[in-house]
Each structure stands twice: as C-alpha cells, then as structure tokens.
Write a protein that binds this ligand. Sequence first.
Ligand code: ZN
Ligand code: ZN
Length: 366
Amino acid sequence: MASAGKAAVIREKSGPFHIEDVEVGEPRADEVLVRIVASGICHTDIIVRDQVLPPGPPAILGHEGAGVVEAVGSGVGLLAPGDHVVLAPMSCSMCRNCLIGHPMNCDSFTPLNFGGCRADGSTAYHDSHGGKLNAHFFGQSSFSSHVVVSARSAVKVSDQAPLELLGPLGCGMQTGAGAVLHALAPPAGASIVVFGAGAVGLAAVMGAVIAGCDPIIAVDLNASRLDMAVELGATHAVQAAEDAVEQIQAVTGGGADFALDAVGLPTTLRQAFTALNVGGTAGLVGANALGQEVSLDLMHLLFGRTVKGIIEGDTVPSVFIPRLVELHLRGRFPFDKIVKRYPFTEINTAVADTEAGRAIKSVLIY
Ligand SMILES: [Zn+2]
Ligand SMILES: [Zn+2]
C-alpha cells in the first residue's frame, strides 16, 4: 500500500520549496520504506534547485536523510522495521568500480543519483493529483517525510547515536572526512591545507585531526568559519587572498604534502595545486557546473604532484558511515558543532541561511 507523506517540492527553477501532500509507493523486493526523522541541506540540493545539474522540476530533492525503517521488501535480509538508518548515495553493485570497492565511482552514479527516477525509469513519488515527481535523488529524496530507497542506500547505524543529527554523514561529512581519511590517506605528521571552511571543508579538518596531520591549514574568506576551523583542530587559519599560497608555503616550509579543494572553483583548485610540496597530492571535492576548465603549471605537475577528483570521499558508505558514528560517540568527530536545526516546514529559511552563510550545516527536523 502507498504511504501518504509530506514533501518539499520544487516546482520551478530557483523557486521556493512547497510543502505538499505526496503519495509514496510501497517498497519493492530490494527496497525499504523509511520514515525520515531529519535531513541535512547540502550545496548540491541548492545547485540542482537552480538547474545547474539535473533533475528538473517538479522534483523532491534532499540527500542527507536519517530515519527509521518502517517496512522492508521481501528480498531484504539485513534490515528490519525499527532500524535506525542513514541514507547514502546509490550505486549499482555490479560495475567494475563497485566490485573493487569504489562504489562512489560507480559507472551508473549519475543516472542513479541525478536521474530523478529508479534505474528502470519508474518513480515511487506522485503528487496529490497523481502527477509524477522527479525523485529518488541520490537514491533517496530525503525532503520527504517518507522515502522508498534501495536497501543498498540504507546504512544501519547504532541506536545509541542521536539520529536527528546523523543525516549529514551521508553526504557532506563523508565527503570531507572520507576525502582525507580514504582518498588522500595522509600519514601522521603530514601537512594539509583545506580550501573552504564550509561543512565539507570542516569535515575534512576533523578528518585531518583524526589522521594526525600537522600543520592543518584552513583557507576561507569568512573569519567566523576560520574561527570554527581552529576550534575543530586547524592549527593555522589563512584568509583567502592573492597571497594565500605564499602564506601556506611559509607555514609548511615550502609547500603542503596534501591539499583539498572543498570550494570547487578553477581558482581554488589552482591554488590548492600550486601550494603543494614536491610529490604532494591535491584533491577536488567541490562540485560545479559542467564544462569548467582549470589551467595548471606543467613543470609544477611533473615534479611528482597529483591532482585527484574525489566523489563522496571515495568511501564504501556502509563501512565508513558507522565508523563516523562511532568516532562521533567517542567525541572525536564533533560535527554537531556546525549543525543548525530548523523545523522541516521552515526549509526555505534554512536554505536562505545556508546560501547567506548564516548556517554552516542546516538540518531539517521532521
Ligand atoms: Zn556500479
Ligand atoms: Zn551533498
């Protein structure tokens, strides 16, 4: 039987989110029905609202959901009603990258997460007039009180953890922390610089603290975000400016071993790359419109430097998210410090605060 729910629906490019009654279909054999308790708001929700990336309206976005399993399909063995879950991006489980443990590089990542529908083109979501809604965004569409997701996207977590905080672990937090702990994997004592002290960049700073990096340099335009980076363990804060690279070279004695661009602009990636020591690696996690290009100094690259694109921290979500939950419970991943809560019905205020920089990580409570 279909479930009645409430969802925040986008009806026009860059328009507001409308809270509407929606109908959510029943889970198929490999799916589960989840009652959403809370959802983070991520930069990618905002650029999809603006149609920088698909799916277009009418659509239900949201991809940092946390909730409780209400029903499971006949083929689901590892989850049961009552389980606490964090929802993670979808992957196919069968392609080469999925099979070798890099599901966030899945060959079908784009259609499965940005296609607006299931892999077979169907949707579980309709509005009150029976109209089809683009949904299954990142396998979930968590701006809905009830979601139908593949069991592969639902990561069971400890019921000792504060469920309403955990949604951002499914995207922003695993993107930043995973980029450091998984993709860059710096040894203890390595130097690292993080461009952008928003939610993803601050998660990277927390990851760098766990990895034992030193120094940890945060770069941003916003002084209060730099203060937060220092509170979370950055050893140095650098005001983003023309001379940011010189400042990083001064702190590191020549250049950083690792750099992460959590902004995603050609200028910030170029600075992250330029700030590297010989043999250093720069990672890119910030998303932008298709077709942007960056120019890099060839001889600087030739001296053993690497530039690496990193999707969702290149993690295996069902392994990494429970690990972040455990680190949080032990006080070693204090991402709650950057969370600001809003009632679900105030989604437009939360989005405006996120865009204006008044909130680092907005979380909607259902
Ligand atoms: Zn795959
Ligand atoms: Zn995201």
